[in-house]
Design a protein around this ligand. Structure first.
Ligand code: PMP
Length: 391
């Protein structure tokens, strides 16, 4: 049989990725692999009321074909949410997207041709790598925690530099204010766009959030800021946004037009009403206290059951703990596969590397499961680790 033309493209998705993405379906399995919010965090009653109001009172906005860059009312609400005295934003600075994922895809379509370079904070967000794969870019890893990391060298000649400064997926790491400033300066010096992907900025458990690079850079900015309602309201709404200079918004909007014309009008209206009425802020205390307790439970379980084999840092926010193997022989692809038979699933470091190399690390999610399940999951993982090291 002749190979279909897309076979080469498909063969670039490795089996570890598809196995761990499918693992959530196995009954009884404790899934530490995903990045899912707890369903009890969704404001179901409020969203049901807003959806009814949107269709009843705003049928044209909710149900007709809509403008490509988004409903003016939602663009205004997003501009208002992110404006400061030093950074007055208007709807021209805002593109509404179908989840943050579409903003990432639009960046690839608008800015990257085959063989061009994207500088990527590494370990890298798997979903971003997926959206850019068909463009065939060259990746330049940016390991921000390396003492000799040089942002100017990393950004020179790149189409854009991709970062997740707040509680990165997968590393859980918070980029400090000095490094944020250094990234902005390097973007200005090199003329490279600096992408600040921020789905986790509202999930901070210790202390106050840091100013965003968008805010720090002020007007005339090299920053393209990406946001989403997925972690603050519900991922099923599929509403995200990009905030940037109007020329960049126009370029991203042109890229979006060819993929879905416009994001769901109904979901845009629900989001606009939710933002105008402060729904994310109203439910945030509950979400933060639930996730803070789960983060603490996961870290305690790691201390009790896995500290002989792994090191980690307690993240100050977000959804993930990144654990590194003390023993270089521990392959986390093997650990993931063996874990499935013990009833636990982790995300191995290879899925966060553009070349799928194992780095002896793993990402553990703490938002989906209650504390007792998290502890049981880590207990199972300890059994699995012992077995893998014995084999
Ligand atoms: N960026 C990062 C770093 C993420 O972790 C996610 C969600 N997993 C997204 C973007 C996009 O999410 P969504 O498409 O649901 O808005």
């Amino acid at each position: 049989m002749s190979r279909p033309p897309f076979a080469d493209w498909l063969s670039q998705t490795n089996d570890v990725t598809s196995t761990f993405l499918a693992a959530g379906q196995i009954p009884g399995l404790i899934n530490l692999a995903g990045g899912l919010p707890d369903p009890s965090a969704w404001p179901v009653t409020e969203l049901a009321e807003l959806a009814q109001e949107a269709v009843r009172d705003f049928p044209a906005e909710s149900l007709a074909y809509g403008p490509v860059p988004g409903q003016p009312r939602l663009r205004d609400a997003i501009a208002a949410r992110f404006s400061t005295d030093a950074l007055p934003l208007t709807r021209d600075n805002v593109l509404v997207t179908t989840g943050g994922t579409q903003a990432l895809a639009a960046l690839g379509l608008a800015l990257v041709m085959t063989g061009q370079t994207i500088a990527v904070q590494t370990p890298a967000y798997l979903g971003a790598l997926d959206t850019w794969r068909a463009r065939g870019p060259d990746y330049r890893p940016m390991v921000l925690e390396d003492a000799d990391f040089d942002p100017v060298a990393a950004m020179t000649g790149a189409q854009f530099a991709y970062t997740v400064p707040n509680f990165s997926n997968p590393s859980g790491r918070l980029v400090g204010t000095d490094q944020r400033r250094a990234l902005i300066d390097a973007a200005r010096r090199t003329g490279t766009w600096l992408v600040e992907d921020d789905p986790y900025g509202a999930l901070y458990y210790d202390g106050a959030p840091l100013p965003s690079m968008l805010e720090m850079a002020g007007t005339d900015s090299p920053v393209i800021y990406l946001g989403t309602v997925s972690k603050e309201l519900a991922p099923g709404l599929r509403i995200g946004w990009a905030i940037a200079a109007p020329e960049m918004i126009a370029a991203l909007s042109a890229a979006k037009q060819g993929t879905d014309m416009f994001s769901s009008g109904l979901c845009q209206m629900v989001t606009a009403l939710a933002f105008e009425r402060g729904l994310p802020e109203a439910i945030r205390p509950h979400i933060l206290s639930m996730y803070r307790a789960r983060r603490d439970a996961l870290c305690e379980a790691l201390e009790t059951h896995l500290s002989d084999w792994f090191t980690w840092e307690k993240p100050e926010g977000g959804m993930f703990v990144w654990a590194r193997a003390r023993d270089g022989r521990l392959n986390t692809d093997a650990l993931m596969r063996a874990g499935l038979t013990e009833g636990v699933c982790i995300s191995p470091s290879s899925v966060f590397d553009p070349e799928h190399r194992d780095h002896g690390g793993m990402r553990l999610n703490f938002t989906l499961n209650p504390p007792d399940e998290l502890e049981e999951g880590i207990r199972r993982l300890a059994r699995t680790t012992r077995a893998v090291l014995r084999d």
